[in-house]
Design a protein around this ligand. Sequence first.
Ligand code: ATP
Ligand code: MG
Length: 413
Amino acid sequence: MKISQNFTKTSKTAPADEQSESAKLLLRAGYIYKEMAGVYDYLPLGMRTLENIIQIIREEMNAIGGQELRMTALQPRDVWEASGRWSDDVMDVWFKTKLNAGGELGLGCTHEEPLTRLMKSYISSYKDLPVYAYQFQTKFRNELRAKSGIMRTREFMMKDLYSFSKNREEHDEFYEKCAESYKKIFNRLGIGNDTFRTFASGGAFSKYSDEFQTLTDVGEDIIYLDREKGIAVNEEVYTDEVLKELGLDRNKLEQHKAAEVGNIFTLGYRYSEALDLTYNDEDGNRRKVFMGSYGIGPSRVMGVIAEKLSDEKGLVWPEEIAPYKYYVVGIGTEGTKVANDLHDKAPEQIILDDRDKARIGEKFADADLLGIPYRVVISDKTLADNAVEIKSRTEADTKLLPLEEFTAKLVQK
Ligand code: ATP
Ligand code: MG
């Protein structure tokens, strides 16, 4: 990508009404655009970052047998009435609207009901089970508070997987598999060290649900963490009885603020019963399907990463999710020419700062603000050594890398 051809520009200031530090950086760097409180657009750089996060999650969901689909945001009333969740008293985050043709519809805030109904068309025998279906889909929630930038918005991206199992044993096995998969995902996303499986309130079919909470001062949850065991308890279930049951010692627990980046839940027969999703077992008996749900918020994750890994100069992206890997600046006639050639060779990996009017200091400041993992300078001086000067976003020192070696890195991908 050439900066001269990118329509977004960096800015020294963020909108005055923006309170979240991560959102301020993302706005200033041109990753997102604020439509209104709790509603943001993803600009080209932000979109690439979000897509990289999504791709990591997708690969791990596929690895445990997930099948990707995409459901609609527009939701018919009847299927939610069948489960008792259409009422605003039961579900207080609904956005609803009227159809010109008559009737009412809602904008999906989650997808248990419609997917359960959909599965009635495909699940009828034990041979059809289990099914693990997931999507990346825009959810709408009329959240009361929207002060956390892209970490809590009224329109956001969710990865939601739903499991359909023959029985509890089959469910439990997948549930643990998914919890393991979530650990891999958060490791790959660069927040693994600070993200903990956290016991939270469950439902009729299991005493607890499992949240994945990332330690951060801007988090909205309070958790109690046993660092040695690597597990935590949400304050909502923090009682002597629960600690005893989980074998946790109150004196060893650290209290932290945290943001819920993922959540897995045993749904049991809650929706299969309401919507009559059944199958014939091997003996010909009709049985209810046992369900679970498994969410991750890619856009919230992006906000949490922006919040946690950034520094006073700007964003800092882990390599796997950065929109581009190298921020290349050419200096002098020959340096500019070589920089151009390298960009053309790998335009998906390189941001070329080809602005002739910008000073070098401005270019370096933008490289830092954008959080690109490596800044690369190519000048007549580095070329005299047949090298480029490379600097990691998280280190202060620059070093010379043979031009050939840098070029080989670009070919690798
Ligand atoms: P919270 O407790 O933060 O309100 P939740 O428990 O309602 O979230 P789920 O319904 O389990 O969340 O949604 C799955 C995931 O979607 C969450 O773990 C989170 O990462 C993300 N998410 C939920 N609400 C929002 C939101 N308003 N904005 C951005 N991401 C969200
Ligand atoms: Mg929650």
